[in-house]
Design a protein around this ligand. Structure first.
Ligand code: SR1
Ligand code: MG
Length: 423
């Protein structure tokens, strides 16, 4: 394969292009003429192929030099696959078994060849179908705590942290997407925005005129762009998780960047709250979704409580990085000093997490990149009813994050909004 010039793969060209790849041949079978190739990418950016040979199957993911969702008018550098590869390597070391195994990476062709996860499905799809996965709350809470703690100044020493931050600092274009699409565009009439109209028009106008909300969105953007605390996944939503009843895997960290510990957790929980409000749009006949709704709120609490407990465990057992050195606390017999600092750090993560969650809920309804939870509700009146509740909770979380004492309070608010029948 010519590794000098980028060329997009297709299902037809892939066997000839990758047929000489020793690792791929070893994994799926050497006779590339017998490979079966299907393009399955349903995300906003990349090509994703399942390649099946005589011995097995693998995923071939290739970045395109533009945003797939929009087209060639929005160029996007191929180097995002380099950041995805490096993030996967780090996540695999920090929480083994939670990301797909990487077989091969080609930076020039922007190709990552990785483990084909089967019979896994995308978590977002499973939740839309009303499927309760028993392990995700604990698995995702642990994943967040382990990757975010171990990638932070609490774990890393100066030289290692600064070098890694320099590597990921070049993921400029993807950070720029988030800075605009998540934190600014939803709050004015940006060109690529869309929302369920006219049903949501009055609430959208209200939110865009809401000074407190706009200021909070910008304070959160300030944290996103300036608080380089840890290596974040950067796009941790339910479409970036693959599941079976027994296994959870996190995929797609191409938006990886050094940012706030709270960012990934907030984005993830937002997607569960959106799933919660979308359930009524997927109810049919007598099959209600009350159990599913309760499961989603339970899962949110499990993710957060698991995250907190594991983060605290790592704080007490692995805190050997730049910050809060044991020499100032435990080594001098000051255990309570370390606990005091831990509580302050966790409290800050909690407040920020609520804010990021609120903003994420807004951008998925008001911005360019919507999510299937709401988009697959065909009737616009029904969809708007679901989206309206998510927008209201989003505003509440973003603006009142310093006054919301626990996730039990958020649960009560979400349950009240769900029962609300007013437009
Ligand atoms: C132009 S990219 C739009 C969105 O797709 C990705 O999955 C990220 O969530 C991004 O914000
Ligand atoms: Mg993605």
């Amino acid at each position: 394969m010519d590794t000098q010039v980028f060329a997009a793969l297709s299902a037809e060209t892939l066997p000839a292009r990758l047929g000489g790849n020793t690792i791929l041949k070893e994994k799926i079978g050497g006779d590339s003429a017998r490979w079966q190739v299907t393009e399955v990418g349903d995300g906003n950016l990349n090509l994703v192929f399942i390649v099946t040979g005589d011995k097995g199957a693998a995923i071939v993911k290739q970045a395109l030099p533009y945003v797939r969702l929009v087209g060639e008018s929005w160029p996007l550098p191929l180097k995002r696959s380099y950041f995805e590869y490096h993030a996967l390597v780090r996540q695999s070391a920090r929480d083994p078994g939670m990301v797909p195994e990487i077989f091969f990476f080609d930076a020039v062709q922007a190709i990552i060849v990785m483990e084909y996860l089967t019979p896994h499905v995308i978590l977002r799809r499973a939740l839309i179908d009303g499927r309760a996965l028993p392990k995700i709350g604990r698995d995702l809470g642990l994943f967040c705590a382990r990757t975010l703690f171990r990638g932070s100044d609490l774990s890393m020493v100066t030289r290692e942290k600064k070098a890694d931050m320099a590597l990921f600092a070049d993921n400029v274009e993807l950070c720029d997407i988030t800075e605009n699409l998540v934190f600014s565009d939803p709050y004015f009439e940006a060109k690529l925005n869309r929302h369920t109209s006219p049903q949501l028009d009055p609430l959208v106008a209200e939110l865009r005129a809401d000074r407190d909300l706009k200021v909070e969105a910008q304070r959160l953007k300030h944290l996103f762009s300036a608080k380089a605390e840890t290596l974040c996944h950067g796009d941790l939503h339910t479409g970036s998780v693959m599941v079976t009843d027994e296994e959870t895997r996190v995929i797609d960290p191409e938006f990886a960047f050094y940012g706030p510990i709270s960012f990934d957790v907030g984005m993830l929980l937002a997607n569960f709250w959106m799933s919660y409000f979308a359930q009524s749009g997927h109810e049919s006949g007598s099959a209600g979704r009350d159990d599913m709704r309760a499961y989603l709120l339970d899962t949110i609490e499990t993710i957060w409580e698991t995250f907190r407990a594991e983060f605290a465990h790592l704080w007490r057992s692995e805190r050997a990085g730049i910050l809060y050195p044991a020499s100032l606390f435990e080594d001098r017999g000051d255990l309570l000093g370390a606990e005091q600092a831990l509580n302050i750090v966790l409290d800050e993560i909690y407040r920020e997490m609520l804010g990021f969650a609120g903003i994420e809920m807004h951008r998925r309804i008001l911005g360019l990149a919507h999510n299937a939870d709401f988009e697959t509700i065909a009737d616009p009146d029904r969809r708007a009813t679901c989206e309206r509740k998510a927008l209201k909770l989003g505003r509440h979380l973003a603006v009142n994050r310093h006054r919301i004492h626990s996730l039990k309070d958020v649960r009560a608010t979400a349950e009240r909004l769900e029962k609300e029948t007013l437009a």
